[in-house]
Design a protein around this ligand. Structure first.
Ligand code: BGC
Length: 380
């Protein structure tokens, strides 16, 4: 417990004098009137440990905050909405001073947010925007629409319809593609899929790309909770329903590396990748180590790299700003309307990674080592 309890009393002067009596620490940092970092706890709620990006996010946020002396209450919710609600409730009752939340379902935490607002706890929405609440104070993420554009573009480049510089490629249609999107309860899904479809639509409209299954709406192509197994099953069903006439899939739009691996497994089980039946071009996201090895081995075509170390930095900056009673610095105050208000955001850039980019983008930046890429496994 720290600043928020005192601020709730409404007067900075009163707060300072009470803090001095109670030994809570407010004001002990001199002129800023802030608590000592060691008196402040940041609650960090992450959705799941089944995808390595969230483990990296959680570890990075925790270690960066701890290096500054703050206490961190980090919890993973196992992709279970009631678990996440309960964990956030507990963070509030245990006296968190700021919350950093990556929601499983962007609409499911509203009662926790109300409780946080009542206790004057600032809430930072981490990577996924929390929807339908006025009590979201800041958003840190990547440019999610651009992620979708990058995925659509990578599909076109992989198919040879575009060159990497954006010029027209040598390939000719018609080429068969299938589309996948992420979990519909994740606010990012609409940006990823929207960006990708804006990029692919002209090629679908003129017949260069053909979606044989005719499944093109978000509802038809979404994968609940981004599950690899669900994606594998859907790809198996697509192969049975739409490609049992001898036709072949040339490309698959995938929004996330785990989904990509499910898709690739289904394709390999159906004989793709051996003999004349080339594996389709498959996109991805997150630069997960298992997929980077697949890209290095020529199995997956691309991924979109989002440097979680930089996102953690932004979350820490925002948390510190709130703890110092300042507003975090935003670089986007227009895009992210959560249904109730536009949430000020700090958005980070993204990078497409094809095989040729692995060294410069991932190894030279220290994100993965060459050994990890060769093994397809993270060391720690
Ligand atoms: C994140 C992606 C991630 C996906 C599945 C999205 O909200 O932005 O980076 O691939 O969730 O975990």
């Amino acid at each position: 417990m720290g600043r928020k309890f005192l601020v709730a009393l409404g007067s900075a002067a009163l707060a300072l004098s009470l803090a001095a009596c109670s030994g809570e620490g407010a004001g002990s940092n001199g002129s800023s009137g802030a608590d000592k970092p060691s008196d402040l706890t940041i609650g960090v709620s992450m959705p799941t440990q089944t995808s390595e990006r969230w483990i990296a996010d959680g570890n990075a946020v925790k270690s960066k905050l701890e290096a500054k002396g703050y206490k961190v209450d980090l919890q993973y919710a196992g992709d279970d909405i009631p678990t996440q609600s309960q964990q956030v409730d507990q963070m509030i009752t245990r006296g968190a001073d700021v919350l950093i939340l990556a929601a499983i379902d962007g609409t499911a935490l509203s009662s926790q947010l109300q409780a946080a607002a009542a206790a004057k706890i600032p809430v930072i929405s981490y990577d996924r925007l929390i929807r339908g609440s006025k009590d979201v104070d800041f958003y840190v993420s990547f440019d999610n629409y651009k992620v979708g554009v990058a995925q659509g573009t990578a599909l076109l480049v992989g198919l040879g319809l575009l060159n990497k510089d954006g010029s027209k490629g040598t390939a000719k249609g018609p080429l068969n593609v299938e589309l996948f999107a992420g979990s519909l309860d994740d606010n990012n899904t609409q940006y990823f899929f929207g960006g990708a479809m804006d990029t692919l639509k002209p090629f679908i409209d003129d017949g260069t790309l053909v979606v044989k299954s005719k499944q093109t709406t978000p509802e038809q192509v979404a994968i609940l909770r981004w599950q690899q197994e669900t994606a594998q099953k859907r790809m198996e069903n697509l192969l049975t329903s739409s490609y049992n006439d001898g036709s072949k899939v040339d490309g698959v739009l995938s929004p996330y590396d785990g989904i990509s691996r499910g898709i690739i497994t289904a394709l390999q089980n159906a004989g793709y990748g051996s003999g004349a039946k080339k594996l389709p071009v498959v996109t991805g996201q997150d630069a997960e180590i298992a997929s980077i090895k697949l890209i290095n081995d020529g199995v997956q075509s691309s991924t979109v790299f989002k440097d979680t170390r930089l996102l953690a930095d932004q979350a820490v900056n925002a948390a510190e700003a709130f703890l110092q009673k300042k507003q975090p610095q935003a670089n986007d105050t227009k895009t992210y309307n959560n249904g109730v208000k536009v949430v000020p955001a700090y958005l980070l850039p993204i990078a497409t990674v094809y095989k040729d980019d692995i060294k410069a983008t991932l190894i030279d930046s220290g994100y993965w080592t060459a050994e990890e890429v060769a093994a397809g496994q993270a060391k720690k």
